[in-house]
Ligand binder design. Sequence first.
Ligand code: HSE
Length: 439
Amino acid sequence: MKPFKVAILGCGTVGGGVAKILLEECKRVAERAGRTIEIASIVDLFPSQSAQRHGIDPAYYCGGGKELTPREAARYIRDILSDESIDLVVETIGGTSPEIVALAHDALRHKKHLVTANKALLAEHGKAIFITAAEQKRALGYEAAVCAAIPIIKAINECFTGDEILSLSGIMNGTSNYILSQMEAEQRGYPDALKEAQERGYAEADPSLDVNGGDAGHKLTILLRIIFGLDIGSDDLQIQGIESITGDDFEFANEMDCSIKLICYAKREKESVFATVRPMMVKRGNLLSRINGATNAVQLRNKYAQQSTLIGQGAGSLETGSAIVSDIVFIARYGDKAIRNPALYAYQLKSFDELVFPYNVTFETANVPGITGIVTTAIGKYEINIDTVSHNRYHASNAVFSIVTMPCTHRQIANAVEEIKNRHPSSLLAEPKIIPILA
Ligand code: HSE
């Protein structure tokens, strides 16, 4: 069988990992694919830097190793797309600029299979790209886009096909998990832990997407499409980041035998799907509470197979590269049938506000007689049953305490908080923090 030819567009951290694995593992990869997989060409603006960093022969790079202008790179990409001998394009440039969106469609229209790690691209433009792939009868591989080395896309598309996934809880951003783990284990402040995560290279170029839940939201959006057939963008999700988590929150969590994690959560109830990304207090009995550092984990609750948890590395050059190579191998072996296009169903995304959880609600109030009564009276009015009231912590002259509720909705709590603000305007000194508790 003739070799399967691959072009790599963008040879930075991830593209370089792909090239390195394809070159180092060519024999093993050929055995698994049933044919030789060849790198036909690589396009990168800074080839010598890339070649040196990843140990790749500069001859693979368009332009013979000299730096390219964006215009030259675009011309080389056009040449690759018009080259009928090239079977598959790896897009590891990243971003969601109009040029990248157009590149994804153009590659497919030029009859190339497309493999990408670009979660933002698929979260924001996935539907149209899936349609182009189906129209052109070409495969679209994106295993690397969600939790990199964890084979969650294949698990969902290939392995749980005899089952029904009822809910998902995941730690899908390594940077925020690293920060929270450091805050918990070393009692470090948030800014300090963020700085270290950046120095270790876990964070995205713009770390705000890691800590504000945006990156995890992109990944959850992709999973919602393939698990529940939901046709949404990540802007439709209710997302909250970890920026406001403090040492006090970890103390309250500890009292409840919980850790705090940034959780991607989704659950189907009848024709509705509830989904969100937000910090949750996770009971220590739940394996997710013990996933520390930059590691990712995705827990699926299935109708028949019950619970499965996949744990692994959600970032890194070779880790992400290995997921991309696995897509390349699948596509070389099975062509456009390699990866199933997600079917869309009529489920509705429902507001997370209506989903029932126990909550930890932290109040910062003036330290005056009767304040606990004001808070608990409002909570009772909205029929929220209190489980525990924590010991008070004092900050200067303020009182800080948390109330753990029995299962109720976020909306009930938000209503009680509004009631307190309206009836006793000066009693709350900060916005109460409402954190779900995941058993
Ligand atoms: N920066 C991401 C993380 C990896 O920290 O998990 C790529 O999505």
